[in-house]
Design a protein around this ligand. Structure first.
Ligand code: NAD
Ligand code: UD1
Length: 338
């Protein structure tokens, strides 16, 4: 079938694109390349056969969306396009509400006008806010996200729930990602942050490849076994396959569905550093730094609902994630500019 993939030139979208092609789907990509690269699309097409049509444009452009739906027999939409830098969202909240919330509303409107009602949305575990009890289930109380970015995702979840309540034709899957990392094992596609990476694993990778002198560990006085923050890192290939499973499930399940996509296991910052050192086979320079404002001590998923409903579970662990991420980084030290 034909799938519209918004944000398909980005980190997660490019891996999902590859999985869609491998599953035999035709894919229409809409991306404005503000944080993605045309080179990612070229490389995916070097890894898999199949039909990709690329539209260079903005998710908020209603007339463009109308043209795309008129031109292609789209049956489902996987919606990744959006802004995701937490710090930037604090400095420029309007851009985040405009692109993430406004863009999703524009997309849903265009879908309904075209008679397409199957949508998978990229949400985040940030919607749970700061919680004492782990693991997090989809029925855990929602918290206050610590940034406009997290709030924008929570708002879109609400918009989509209201839409499903108002119109029974909709089938919506909200995927709450935990911490995506890793890359396709070929090393051809991967995460290519612009500027200084905000997240632990991309930052550690740039230290390992010599682009940055050392990693700062943000606090070692959290109530965790070694004092550093714990997160549920999930391999981007596992995450990608979760999207296909959700999209298939939605073919015969209407309504609004939420699934955690995580492994169910937390790893501390120091465990990640030790894992990195195993992969690169040398010490990784790091220093202790103060806590980062907005960080929580721990966050990991109960992924049971996705296993029951979708038959999906993550199969790749931290070492494989770091080895695959490192292969991409070592082969492409400057990302797609290499
Ligand atoms: P990314 O920035 O690599 O990909 C997003 C893509 O959307 C980019 O290619 C960018 O050019 C495109 N885009 C941005 N604004 C656009 C617009 N107005 N119109 C058209 N295209 C636009 O990010 P990613 O890591 O691949 O994340 C994909 C989605 O998953 C995002 O919605 C993000 O918020 C969400 N998410 C990501 C993470 C993570 O850690 N990477 C965690 C939770 C949720
Ligand atoms: C961060 C965002 C979250 C977003 C997610 C996307 C914040 C506060 N949270 O989550 O909203 O959905 O990215 O993946 O920005 N760490 C270091 N040194 C670093 C970077 C991180 O010690 O240079 C630590 C952090 O304190 C944390 C762990 O590593 O304990 C993971 O951090 P990160 O990769 O940024 O992810 P999150 O904080 O979970």
């Amino acid at each position: 079938m034909t799938i519209l993939l918004t944000g398909g030139a980005g980190y997660i979208g490019s891996h999902v694109l590859l999985c869609c092609l491998e599953a035999g789907h035709a894919v229409v990509v809409l991306d404005d390349f503000s944080n993605g690269s045309p080179e990612a699309l070229t490389r995916v097409q070097g890894l898999a056969d199949g039909q990709v049509t690329t539209w260079h444009g903005d998710i908020r452009d209603a007339a463009l969306l109308e043209r795309i739906f008129a031109r292609h027999p789209i049956e489902a939409v996987l919606h990744f396009a959006g802004l995701k830098a937490v710090g930037e969202s604090v400095a420029n909240p309007l851009a985040y509400y405009d692109v993430n919330v406004g863009g999703s509303v524009t997309l849903a409107r265009a879908m309904a006008a075209a008679g397409v009602f199957r949508l998978v949305f990229s949400s985040t575990a940030a919607v749970y806010g700061d919680q004492a009890q782990m693991p997090l289930t989809e029925t855990s109380a929602l918290g206050q996200p610590s940034s406009p970015y997290g709030c924008s995702k929570l708002m879109v979840e609400q918009v989509l729930a209201d839409l499903c309540a108002a119109d029974p034709r909709w089938s919506v899957g909200v995927l709450r990602y935990f911490n995506p990392a890793g890359a396709h094992p070929s090393g051809r596609i991967g995460e290519d942050p612009r500027g200084v990476p905000a997240n632990l694993i991309p930052y550690a990778m740039q230290v390992a490849v010599g682009r940055r002198p050392e990693l700062a560990v943000f606090g070692n006085d959290y109530p965790t076994p070694d004092g550093t923050g714990m997160r549920d890192y999930i391999h981007v290939m596992d995450l990608a396959l979760g999207h296909l499973a959700a999209m298939e499930h939605l073919a015969d399940h209407t309504g609004h569905h939420i699934w955690n996509l995580g492994t169910g296991r937390g790893h501390s910052v120091l465990e990640v550093i030790r894992g990195m050192e195993r992969v690169i086979n040398r010490p990784l320079p790091w220093k202790l730094a103060p806590r980062r404002p907005g960080d929580t001590a721990q966050c990991w998923a109960d992924p049971a609902r996705a296993a029951t409903d979708l038959g999906w579970r993550a199969t790749r662990g931290l070492d494989e994630m770091l080895a695959d991420h490192w292969r991409w980084q070592a082969q492409n030290p400057e990302g797609y500019q290499s």
